[in-house]
Write a protein that binds this ligand. Structure first.
Ligand code: ZN
Length: 166
């Protein structure tokens, strides 16, 4: 196991697009999956929140998301599909800027298609907070951060001031 450094806002790598994982890379990426899980749990221990991490957040520019809500799930090459374009407002947070909250719009529901660690095709239907979470993570794979999704120039808040937020 290895806890990796998380890249923080200002690191230019976070704005880069990650590349698709190829099947033949799978074996070499096993340690990356583990490190993403370890890093997420360590972050959660320290900060008390954090449900998912994208590979570029530990400097691995590959399309991988590691989510741990009730159980750990590795999503390789995740793609979001929409049937319904209804959106909702959320104050979003990010492990790459832990003190910052940004109000963004997210689709209320989505389906995510991905490959699992055995290269099997899988999909998940998500709604509410989990749908918003997955859109956030897939944004990371395209080099998009919550700061770029701010609705207005007043859509920023420090976490310490969250009692003021609606
Ligand atoms: Zn994030």
């Amino acid at each position: 196991m290895a806890i990796r450094d998380i890249l923080f806002l200002g690191n230019p790598k976070l704005y880069e697009e990650s590349s698709k994982v190829r099947r033949e890379e799978l074996e070499d990426l096993e340690s990356v999956f583990e490190d993403m899980g370890d890093t997420l749990l360590e972050f959660r221990d320290e900060y008390g929140w954090g449900r998912a991490i994208a590979a570029p957040q530990i400097g691995v520019m590959k399309r991988i998301v590691y989510m741990n809500v009730n159980e750990p799930v590795v999503l390789i090459n995740p793609v979001i599909k929409l049937r319904n374009r209804s959106k909702t407002l959320v104050w979003d947070d990010c492990m790459s800027c832990p003190d910052l909250l940004v109000q963004v719009k997210r689709y209320r529901r989505c389906k995510v298609e991905y490959r699992d660690v055995n290269w099997q095709k899988r999909s998940m239907y998500l709604e509410g907070k989990l749908a918003a979470l997955m859109q956030h993570e897939v944004d990371h794979l395209r080099g998009v951060l919550i700061t770029q999704r701010a609705l207005t120039d007043k859509s920023f808040a420090l976490r310490s001031e969250r009692a003021y937020l609606k």
